[in-house]
Design a binder for this molecule. Structure first.
Ligand SMILES: [Zn+2]
Length: 320
C-alpha cells in the first residue's frame, strides 16, 4: 500500500507497459529498434569490432528488452547494474551484447552490412526498419516511452513526453504521432527535442494506444474528480461574484431612493413606487425575492426588479 502511494504515475504506467505481451515478430523488432535508439550505445573496438550496450534505469524495461532480444534474435545479453556515485544517483541496468550478438542485432536493424570481402561495415548509425503497420507503430511508441518517456501525475497536471536523443528519433516519434492522429508539439530542452502531449484526452488515448489500459482507467477517474472539483470551484466563485454584484446593485438602489426622498419627496411617487423605495432603503441587504415577499401584498421578483428600475430612472432624471 505504501509502495502504491509513493510510486509515481509514470512508474505505474511503465510497470503496466512492461507487462504487455511481447507481440508479433514485426513488433518485437520495432521495440528493439526503439530501445536501441533511446538507450543503446554502439562501441567501436579495435580491429573493426563493434559491440552494443544498453543503459536502462527502469528494471522492468531492462527485463523486457532482455526477453525480447532473446526471443526475437536469439541473443543473450549480459545483465548487470551500476550505481552512479552522485547523491541521489540511480541504479542503472546495463545490458551488454558480445561481438557476435551485436552483429546479429545490427544486421537485423539494417545498421551494418557485409562488404565484398565479408567484413561488416556500418551503413546507418540509426536502426532502419519499416514502421508502416499500426501494430509496429504502437510497439515503437511504447518502447520509446519506456526508454525515454515520462509523464506527470494527472492529479497535478497533464503532460506526457518523449525526450529524443537525436533529431532523427524526434522526427520518427513525431511522424508516428501524426499517423496516430496526435498533435506533434515539441520544445527544446538542453539541446534535445522533447515531444509532448498536453491534453488529458490525448494522453489518455496515447496510454490506451501503448496498451496501458489500467492506467487509462486510473487517469479517467482522476480526470472526473478534477473536473468535478473545478466545477465546484467555478460555481463557488460564481456565487461569490454574483453576490458581490447583488450587494453593489442593492446599495445603488437604496442610494437612489434616498436621493428621490431628499430631492422630490417620496410622497410624489405613485403608491407602489413609494412602498418599494421605503422597503429598499430599510432593507439594503435583501435580495429581490426577499424584498418582494415582504411587500404588502407580496409581489414577484420581476415586479420588484421593474419597480426598482423605475426608481433608478427617476433618480437619474433628478440628477440631470
Ligand atoms: Zn507489428
Amino acid at each position: 500500500m505504501a509502495r502504491e502511494k509513493s510510486q509515481s504515475f509514470a512508474a505505474r504506467v511503465k510497470e503496466e507497459l512492461v507487462r504487455q505481451p511481447v507481440g508479433k515478430s514485426c513488433c518485437q523488432l520495432s521495440e528493439i529498434g526503439a530501445m536501441t535508439r533511446t538507450s543503446g550505445h554502439l562501441h567501436f573496438r579495435s580491429g573493426g569490432k563493434m559491440t552494443v550496450t544498453y543503459r536502462i534505469e527502469n528494471t522492468g524495461t531492462a527485463r523486457r528488452l532482455f526477453t525480447i532480444l532473446k526471443t526475437r534474435l536469439g541473443v543473450s545479453p549480459q545483465l548487470h547494474y551500476t550505481q552512479t556515485t552522485q547523491l541521489g544517483g540511480r541504479r542503472t541496468w546495463v545490458l551488454t551484447l558480445n561481438e557476435e550478438d551485436s552483429r546479429t542485432l545490427l544486421t537485423a536493424l539494417h545498421m551494418i552490412e557485409a562488404d565484398e570481402e565479408g567484413r561488416m561495415v556500418v551503413k546507418h548509425t540509426v536502426p532502419r526498419h519499416p514502421l508502416t503497420r499500426p501494430c509496429c507503430r504502437r510497439a515503437f511508441l511504447r518502447a520509446a516511452f519506456l526508454g525515454a518517456g515520462t509523464m506527470s501525475n494527472p492529479e497535478k497536471s497533464y503532460h506526457l513526453e518523449w525526450k529524443a536523443e537525436d533529431d532523427r528519433l524526434a522526427e520518427t516519434i513525431q511522424r508516428l504521432l501524426e499517423k496516430s492522429g496526435m498533435p506533434r508539439n515539441t520544445y527544446e530542452r538542453k539541446g534535445k527535442t522533447v515531444i509532448y502531449l498536453k491534453q488529458a484526452e490525448q494522453i489518455s488515448d496515447m496510454l490506451a494506444l501503448m496498451g496501458a489500459g489500467g492506467s487509462v482507467l486510473k487517469m479517467e477517474s482522476i480526470r472526473v474528480k478534477r473536473q468535478t472539483r473545478l466545477r465546484a470551484t467555478r460555481a463557488a466563485n460564481c456565487d461569490e461574484h454574483n453576490s458581490d454584484r447583488m450587494v453593489d446593485a442593492a446599495l445603488k438602489q437604496a442610494a437612489a431612493c434616498r436621493d428621490i426622498s431628499l430631492k422630490m419627496g417620496l410622497f410624489n411617487l405613485p403608491p407602489a413606487l413609494q412602498a418599494m423605495a421605503r422597503a429598499r432603503m430599510e432593507n439594503p441587504d435583501l435580495s429581490l425575492e426577499e424584498l418582494g415577499a415582504g411587500m404588502e401584498p407580496p409581489i414577484s421578483k420581476s415586479a420588484v426588479n421593474h419597480r426598482l428600475r423605475r426608481l433608478m430612472e427617476i433618480a437619474q432624471n433628478l440628477e440631470e
